[in-house]
Design a protein around this ligand. Structure first.
Ligand code: AMP
Ligand code: MG
Length: 373
């Protein structure tokens, strides 16, 4: 696991099994495997391995750092400890492929050759880029994995804390960066088991920051499942995958008798110790995007790290978006897209996205729930 950078806030995105305080919202879909808003969750359980002599399956908790965020894995059942360790390793492996700041990563290699040559990449990377391009197309470019130059212009790059911007960049710098952003200029080729990714113009920057954590959470969950784990919760920087239901008994993750869906608290975007909702998850994922993690304030306005690819300015209108979907990868990308699209267009896209549900918090802190077909 990599070193935790200084800029990382103590609480990120959705908090797992956080303290009570959710709004009195009701959103019960009923069917198993679907998310539903639940009554406030029980207090968090200390982050340590728990084994009790009750005959119940042991529950293990493992924490690490990957993809620029804290990682937390809670897993139950025989072999859960080894499975969780393998899942953390999987996240390390993905970091070394997908992080554009990781020297020698596939994405860094693609960026180094922007405007010059296509670069051979593992099939997995090409597939993820293809999915990112598909979501870019479906969201009308609101989600755009070539947003890198704008992210850098705003100073939301890897060394965020050291270079934390004091003010917005010059409009001319935003314009220059904006001209380098267009997902249509990414070419993916796959042939005979080989794959390449290329960027058409020099200066373009592939940035998978809005989808990689979701993908990582999904892959980590796949590793747990491959180890036979039937009950687990994976949290990669607030992108969460629930496997099965939470374990039953006194060592069940939130100390309630009996099993049931995992409960995931959605953090209030303005009050760290409050939740806006608690989501029930069973074999589903939830991803949160907000303006409150990596952000700065200037002249009374807040500027977050989700950038509108057309205006070149941080997204406005929504301050937190949580998307629930079977795929954490899709949920992650979609949450970012909805942040960019804003309340109306964001709601429209969720309503048209099969299997998607979302909790939107607008800039007046109104909370809305939306469901796709
Ligand atoms: P997330 O927290 O999932 O919304 O991802 C935010 C990160 O994704 C930022 O730090 C950028 O690296 C990148 N990003 C920012 N704006 C966009 C956008 N409009 N489309 C795709 N990626 C973006
Ligand atoms: Mg995202």
């Amino acid at each position: 696991m990599r070193r935790v950078p200084a800029w990382l806030p103590a609480a990120l995105g959705a908090v797992v099994m956080a303290a009570a305080g959710s709004l009195a919202l009701r959103w019960h879909s009923g069917a198993a495997g679907e998310a539903a808003l639940a009554p406030p969750a029980a207090p968090a359980v200390p982050a340590r391995e728990r084994r009790e002599a009750s005959g119940e399956a042991p529950v293990v908790f493992r924490a690490g750092f990957a993809m620029g965020s804290f990682v937390r894995i809670t897993a139950a059942g025989p072999g859960a400890d080894r499975a969780a360790a393998a899942a953390l390793q999987e996240l390390d492996r993905l970091d070394s492929l997908l992080d554009r700041f990781y020297p020698g990563s596939a994405v860094a290699a693609v960026n180094a050759q922007a405007g010059r040559a296509r670069v051979p990449v593992p099939q997995e990377v090409a597939q993820l880029v293809e999915l990112a391009l598909k979501i870019a197309e479906r969201t009308g470019g609101a989600f755009d994995p070539t947003v890198g130059p704008l992210v850098d212009a705003w100073g939301f790059g890897s060394e965020f804390e050291r270079r934390r911007p004091a003010r917005p960049p010059e409009q001319a710098a935003i314009e220059r960066a904006r001209r380098l952003v267009n997902y249509r200029d990414v070419k993916v080729e796959r042939r005979d088991g080989e794959a390449w990714v290329g960027l058409a113009r020099p200066g373009m920057v592939l940035d998978l920051g809005a989808i990689a954590q979701g993908y990582g959470a999904e892959r980590a969950a796949a590793v747990l499942r491959a180890h036979g784990v039937k009950s687990a919760l994976v949290d990669v920087g607030g992108e969460i995958v629930a496997i099965g239901t939470r374990p039953s008994g006194p060592q069940g993750a939130n100390r309630t008798a009996g099993s049931g869906p995992w409960r995931v608290g959605v953090r209030h975007p303005r009050f760290q110790d409050r939740l806006v909702a608690t989501v029930l998850l069973e074999d589903r994922a939830a991803a949160t995007s907000g303006d409150y993690e990596r952000c700065f304030e200037y002249q009374g306005s807040r500027f977050g790290h989700v950038i509108h690819p057309f205006t070149g300015w941080p997204a406005r209108g929504l301050v937190s978006v949580t998307v629930i979907h079977r795929s954490a990868t899709v949920a992650d990308a979609l949450a970012t897209a909805v942040m960019v699209l804003g309340p109306e267009k964001g709601e429209t896209i969720i309503r048209s996205w099969p299997g998607a549900e979302a909790i939107l918090v607008d800039e007046h802190l109104n909370v809305r729930q939306v469901k796709g077909p």
